[in-house]
Design a protein around this ligand. Structure first.
Ligand SMILES: *[C@@H]1O[C@H](CO)[C@@H](O)[C@H](O)[C@H]1NC(C)=O
Ligand SMILES: *[C@@H]1O[C@H](CO)[C@@H](O)[C@H](O)[C@H]1NC(C)=O
Ligand SMILES: *[C@@H]1O[C@H](CO)[C@@H](O)[C@H](O)[C@H]1NC(C)=O
Length: 473
C-alpha cells in the first residue's frame, strides 16, 4: 500500500498544479470583453489593498508610500477611460482632492520628505484627468474637511488642470542652475539623500507635464519649458540624443553632470517618449520630436523587449531584485506608449503588437484570487505577488483596449476638454527651498530639527553612495 504521507504530498502537488494552471487569467487579446474582464479582476485585486476611503483612514494614502497613490489614481483614470468602468471614480476623486495640498500636491503631512518626482506623478495624474474628461471634483465630492483640515463646504474644488498647473508652478522655481547649467534635482530638500542628484524621471516627467500643459492650454510658457528641459537633458548623460538615444537614470551635481548611473528603466524612456509625442503633435509633426520618438523607441525595443514583443524590466527582473517602486515602471511605459499611438499615429504599428503581447504575458502572471506576478515574459507565474504588479498589469490591460477605441486621444479644449485653466494655481505658498525665509523663534526650533535631519540625510546619502546606486524611495 502507498504510504499515506506520499499520497498526501501527491494530492497537494496535483492541487497546486491545477490551481496554478486554472488560476491564470484567461485573456483573448482580440476580444474587448475578455480584456475588460481581465482588467476588472486585476483592478479589484489591486484595490483590495487600498483602504484610504475607509473610516479613520487617510484618503489617497497607501501604506509606507505617498507617490504610489498618485500613480494608482493615474492608472485608475486610464482604466476608466479605456474600459468605461467607473467603479473607482469616486474613490479616485476623493483621494486626489484629499492629497491636493494647496492645489499643488505638496501636502504638509508629506512635504518634508518629498522628491520632485513624487509630486510630479500626482501632477501627471491630474493632467490625465483633465485630458481624458474625467469628471471634475465639484460634481459630487464629499463635503467636510479637506486634507489640510480646512472647512471646504463653500470652497469650490480646483479643476484637474489647475492642479497640474499648481505642480508646475511649484516646480519651476526649483529649476537649479547652481550646477550642470540647469535641471531639476531629484529631491526637494537639502537634508535628503538625492538632493545633489539630477535624474531622468524628475526631468523627463516635468518635460512630459509641460508638453501636455502646453498642448492643452497653448500657453507658450509651458512649451518653452518643455523645450528647455529636453535640451538641457540632452546636454547631460540623462538623454544621449542623436545617434545613441539612451537614457541614464542619474547624474551628480558634484561632477557637473558628467558622470552617469546607467541603470536602464522602462519609465524613464516612457516619460521622454510620451513628452516628445505631445510636442510632435503640437508642432504638427516637428522633425526634432519625431527624431526623438524614433530614436528612443528603437532603444526601448532593443533593451526592454529582449525576446519578441513582451516587455521586461531587465535591470531587476532577471536578478530578482525589483523593489515595489520598480514593479510599477512597466505600467507607465505601457500607458505612455499607448497614448503616443493616439497623438503620433504613425507609431501604432510598432507599439500596439508589443502592448498586446505584453498584456498576454501579464495575464499569465495574474489570477482571480491573488495579486499579479511581475515577469511578463515567463510562461508560468513567477511566484511573486504585489499590488504594484497589479498596477502595471492593469495599465497594460487597459492599454490593450486602444485598438477598440478608434479616435481616442488626449483632449484639448478644441476637442471637448472642459477642465478649467488657472495659470497661477498653487503659487500662494513658498515651496522653494532655495529662497531665503524670515526666521522666527518657531523657525529656529524647527531649524535645529532640520539640521539634525540634514545630518541624518548626509549619513544616509553617504551610505547610499557606498552601498551602490540603488534607488531609495
Ligand atoms: C495628515 O495627517 C492627519 C493625521 O494623521 C490626517 O488626519 C490627515 O488626513 C492627513 N492629511 C493628508 C492630506 O494626508
Ligand atoms: C495629432 O493628434 C491627433 C489626435 O488628437 C491626430 O488625429 C493627428 O494625426 C496628430 N498629428 C500628427 C502630426 O500626427
Ligand atoms: C501662461 O503661463 C504662465 C506661467 O504659468 C502664466 O504666468 C501666464 O499668465 C499664462 N498666460 C496665459 C495667457 O494664460
Amino acid at each position: 500500500m502507498l504510504n499515506p504521507k506520499w499520497l498526501w504530498i501527491l494530492s497537494v502537488a496535483i492541487t497546486l498544479a491545477v490551481k496554478g494552471a486554472v488560476g491564470a487569467l484567461d485573456l483573448n487579446i482580440d476580444d474587448p470583453d475578455s480584456i475588460r474582464t481581465a482588467a476588472k479582476t486585476t483592478a479589484k485585486n489591486m484595490m483590495s489593498q487600498y483602504h484610504g476611503h475607509e473610516p479613520g483612514q487617510i484618503p489617497g494614502k497607501l501604506p509606507d508610500t505617498w507617490w504610489e497613490g498618485g500613480a494608482m489614481f493615474m492608472t485608475l483614470i486610464q482604466y476608466w477611460y479605456w474600459t468605461g468602468d467607473d467603479t473607482y471614480n469616486d474613490i479616485t476623486r476623493q483621494g486626489m482632492l484629499w492629497q491636493k495640498g494647496r492645489n499643488d500636491f505638496f501636502p504638509r503631512n508629506e512635504s518634508s520628505y518629498l522628491g520632485n518626482d513624487d509630486q510630479m506623478f500626482w501632477g501627471l495624474a491630474a493632467m490625465t484627468a483633465a485630458e481624458l474628461g474625467f469628471p471634475e471634483g465639484n460634481s459630487e465630492v464629499e463635503r467636510g474637511k479637506d486634507g489640510e483640515g480646512k472647512e471646504e463646504k463653500k470652497e469650490k474644488q480646483p479643476s484637474w488642470l489647475s492642479l497640474a498647473q499648481g505642480v508646475f508652478n511649484t516646480q519651476a522655481p526649483r529649476w537649479d542652475t547652481s550646477a550642470c547649467g540647469g535641471g531639476m534635482r531629484w529631491q526637494v530638500w537639502p537634508y535628503q539623500g538625492g538632493y545633489t542628484t539630477k535624474n531622468a524621471i524628475t526631468n523627463g516627467g516635468l518635460f512630459q507635464l509641460t508638453a501636455r500643459l502646453g498642448r492643452y492650454t497653448k500657453n507658450e510658457t509651458y512649451l518653452d519649458w518643455a523645450e528647455k528641459i529636453w535640451d538641457w537633458s540632452a546636454s547631460t548623460p540623462l538623454l544621449r540624443a542623436g545617434g545613441e538615444w539612451t537614457i541614464a537614470d542619474t547624474t551628480s551635481m558634484a561632477n557637473q553632470c558628467q558622470d552617469h548611473g546607467d541603470q536602464q528603466w522602462t519609465y524613464n524612456y516612457g516619460a521622454y517618449i510620451g513628452g516628445a509625442a505631445y510636442m510632435y503633435n503640437l508642432t504638427n509633426g516637428g522633425e526634432k520630436w519625431r527624431a526623438g520618438i524614433d530614436g528612443l523607441l528603437g532603444t526601448t525595443w532593443k533593451t526592454f523587449f529582449p525576446r519578441g514583443n513582451t516587455m521586461s524590466e531587465i535591470w531587476c527582473e532577471r536578478s530578482v531584485t525589483c523593489d515595489r517602486n520598480e514593479d510599477l515602471f512597466k505600467g507607465f511605459l505601457s500607458s505612455w506608449l499607448t497614448f503616443t499611438t493616439t497623438i503620433a499615429p504613425y507609431t501604432a504599428d510598432a507599439i500596439i503588437p508589443r502592448i498586446q503581447q505584453s498584456a498576454l504575458g501579464a495575464s499569465r502572471q495574474c489570477s482571480h484570487d491573488r495579486s499579479c506576478g511581475r515577469r511578463w515574459n515567463k510562461d508560468a507565474w513567477d511566484g511573486s505577488s504585489t499590488m504594484e504588479s497589479d498596477m502595471s498589469a492593469l495599465s497594460v490591460f487597459s492599454s490593450a483596449m486602444a485598438p477598440f477605441k478608434p479616435g481616442a486621444a488626449p483632449l484639448t479644449p478644441e476637442t471637448g476638454a472642459f477642465s478649467k485653466s488657472n495659470p497661477s494655481a498653487g503659487s500662494d505658498e513658498d515651496t522653494n527651498p532655495q529662497k531665503q525665509r524670515i526666521i522666527s523663534d518657531g523657525d529656529r526650533a524647527g531649524a535645529v530639527f532640520v539640521t539634525l535631519l540634514f545630518l541624518a540625510g548626509w549619513i544616509w546619502g553617504f551610505a547610499w553612495l557606498v552601498c551602490g546606486n540603488e534607488q531609495i524611495k
